[in-house]
Write a protein that binds this ligand. Structure first.
Ligand code: T46
Length: 135
């Protein structure tokens, strides 16, 4: 499984840092939705699903967290600890988010409006879906 972690343009000065993302130039899909996850309970585990069509960038804009990615054959863990970089997560990848540091904020740029029908929330169903895609 290819892990795509992208470093965004960042301007650092003595007064602080500024990261910017430009549509089409930095994000290869049209962003239709932005959401962010915060106020996380200690030991919180989230995700536990895959998407059929959704493309996303996950950016830990404050603190850090870990993302488990599973394409049905391989599992990889990615640490997000830099607000200047984002992790691309495409369709057909099971994801779990955990090990959030206190006060962590996970920002997500998504290619589609919210649609519960795009989710696969059952792991066995996901494995069947992933296997059917390969063959
Ligand atoms: C993902 C990971 C990284 C909405 O009503 N609108 C929305 O745009 C979203 C994202 C969620 N919701 C509702 C659906 C649930 O009733 O908010 C509730 C919590 O969503 P969920 O349990 O799916 O949240 P996470 O943190 O497990 O997953 C989220 C995204 O849903 C998912 O697409 O890839 O973050």
């Amino acid at each position: 499984m290819e892990i795509i972690k992208q470093r965004f343009n960042t301007k650092r000065t003595s007064s602080g840092s500024l990261t910017f993302l430009e549509g089409k130039r930095d994000i290869p899909f049209e962003v239709r939705r932005i959401y962010y996850i915060y106020d996380l309970a200690q030991g919180a585990h989230r995700g536990f699903h895959a998407h059929k069509a959704l493309h996303q960038y996950l950016i830990c804009v404050h603190g850090n967290c870990e993302i488990l990615l599973d394409d049905g054959t391989q599992r990889e863990t990615v640490l997000l600890n830099n607000p200047g970089e984002g992790l691309y997560v495409g369709p057909g990848v099971w994801r779990e988010m955990y090990a959030f540091s206190p006060g962590a904020v996970l920002l997500v740029l998504a290619s589609e409006f919210y649609d519960e029908d795009d989710y696969i929330r059952d792991y066995d169903r996901f494995l069947n879906y992933a296997r059917a895609k390969v063959h």
